[in-house]
Structures are given as C-alpha cells and as structure tokens.
Ligand binder design. Structure first.
Ligand code: GLU
Length: 295
C-alpha cells in the first residue's frame, strides 16, 4: 500500500471575476500561481468570483477557461463559482450579526458624498480609505436597533457594514500576516482601520468581495494566496475577518502589476492587452511569458 504523505500539499488558487476578458495582468497572476504550485508540489484551484451579478457574463467566464487552457494551465475540477455558494457567505454574515459586529447602513453613495462635502465645507478633510473613497459616516452605526429594524421592515435599501471599532476591540491583538511578495516580504502588521466600516453585504448583489474571499479561501483549504499588489491593502481586512470567523491565515504573495503604456494598471476595458486579442494576433503562450517578465 502506498504510504500516506506526512503533510498535505499546499493549495494555490487563481480567482478572477468574469466581468471582462483576462489581460496580461491576469496572465501574470495565473502563471505565477501555476508555477509556484508546481514548484511546491501543490494543488492549483480556479475560482470564479461572480457574485457581482450586475457585471459578470457567461461569455467572459467561458473565455477564462479558454485563455487558461491556451496558456497551458491545469486546475482542479469542479471549479467553485461564488454565485452558487451564497448560503456560505450568508452564514458568515449571520455569525458576525450574532457577534453584534455588523450593522445595516442606509446611506447611498450620493448621500455619503453630500454628507462629506458638508463636513468638509465646515471643517477638515473627511478621512479617505486607501482607494481614496470617503470612510462611511458614523450615523448608522449608532442607530437604535428598533429604528434599524423598522427601516428594514419598511423596505429601505441597505447594505451591511462591519463595525470596525467593535471588531478590532473584540480581536484584542495586533493582526499580522506572512507576506512573501518581493515588494513587502516579511511578517507584516497593518491596520485594517484605515478602511473604516467596510461593506460586507451589498444591496444589489449577495455578499461582498471581502467576505466571500475569506470564506472561500478557508472552505477550499487555500494555503497560499498569490495575487496582484492592488489587493495588498485589502489583506488586513481579510486577516481581521479570518480572525473573527476563526478561519486559518494563508501565506500571502502580492506580485507586481503589469502597467499599460499610460503607466496605469491594466483594466478589462483595455481590449488590446486581452489575452484573446493577443492570441488572435499570433502570439504564443511563451510570448506571453516574455511579455509579463516570467522568462
Ligand atoms: N476576484 C478578484 C479580481 O479579479 C481577485 C481576488 C483575489 O485574488 O483575492 O480582482
């Protein structure tokens, strides 16, 4: 009988959202995940992050599979699709509700903007998160429960937000994570409070990126997260949610971003760097490796 391996293999994942065609930046992420999983004799998963039903499309999802096959990347089946697992995210939200760490937030983006300009007209600049968005105002956090319940019962549109101050008080320790990416390698302690009361459940789509990503990484036993530096700043929020929900901490590796000719991060709307377009123009998978600086 073959001997059971003493340790379980590391688990990597590539987790694109099917809201556009994959571009060179995704190719770097997917190829790095592939290469690092191979080098570590690990497993590679693909996860389709399609909770944002307003922007995701089946043809983009099909293109992800085609592009990865063309690049020669093999991943395990079945592939987890977030839209099929809303229950798992709801259970996590319910747990945080039970811990009294989330609250319904009723202000629309426009209302937040108006509130912030009024504040700034009369005083100093309102705090912004690392993406430059104003932090959510504190009013709803202090709404009496009966009033919040009445508004929900009346059908008032709302999202669910984490009460960051309460959450950090509950954790009572500095949150750290192991980062192996070249830009910030080390054991890092970063403060999630810079994001304010992050949104965990949207009104127009189930869950939020932050909540579903930590739930899925834990459920899928992901041990190594290899993704772009654009998500580096979100990691302390993920570590906080993992700690609150009792989920394990993966090792993080944030890789450099591929920038366009204008020096900006590539976006899915820039068709000329789409892998499908590059393939159609005659480039080979090896050319793509060259383009993203992997050979
Ligand atoms: N779905 C995210 C994206 O396409 C990536 C999530 C992650 O790797 O944590 O940008």
């Amino acid at each position: 009988m073959p001997e059971k391996p003493a340790t379980t293999p590391p688990v990597f994942r590539f987790a694109p959202s099917p809201n556009g065609y994959l571009h060179l930046g995704h190719a770097l992420s997917a190829l790095l995940n592939n290469d690092m999983a191979k080098a570590a004799a690990g497993r590679l998963l693909l996860r389709i992050e399609d909770i944002d039903i307003t922007r995701c499309r089946p043809d983009y999802e099909a293109a992800i599979h085609d592009d990865l096959a063309w690049l020669g990347i093999n991943y395990e089946r079945p592939v987890r699709r977030q839209s099929e697992h809303t229950d798992a995210y709801r259970a996590a939200l319910d747990r945080l509700k039970g811990m009294d760490l989330v609250y319904p937030a009723f202000m629309s983006r426009g209302e937040v903007k108006r509130f912030v300009s009024q504040q700034e007209a009369a005083g100093p600049q309102w705090p912004r998160d690392p993406d430059g968005a104003p932090l959510y105002p504190p009013q709803d956090r202090h709404l009496p429960q009966s009033e919040a319940e009445a508004r929900i019962a009346a059908g008032d549109q709302h999202v669910w937000r984490l009460d960051m101050t309460k959450a950090l008080a509950m954790v009572q320790k500095e949150l750290s994570f192991v980062e192996t990416g070249p830009a910030h390698a080390g054991t890092l302690t970063l403060d999630p409070a810079v994001w304010g009361d992050v949104m965990l459940w949207r009104w127009d789509a189930p869950s939020s990126y932050h909540l579903s990503v930590v739930v899925d990484d834990a459920l899928q036993g992901v041990t190594h997260l290899v993704r772009g530096l654009d998500l580096f700043q979100a990691t302390p929020v993920h570590r906080l949610l993992q700690t609150l929900l009792g989920l394990p901490a993966p090792i993080y590796h944030h890789h450099r971003l591929i920038l366009g000719g204008d020096g900006r991060k590539l976006s899915k709307s820039q068709g000329d760097t789409a892998l499908a377009a590059l393939r159609a123009s005659g480039l080979t998978p090896l050319d793509i490796r060259h383009r993203v600086g992997l050979v």
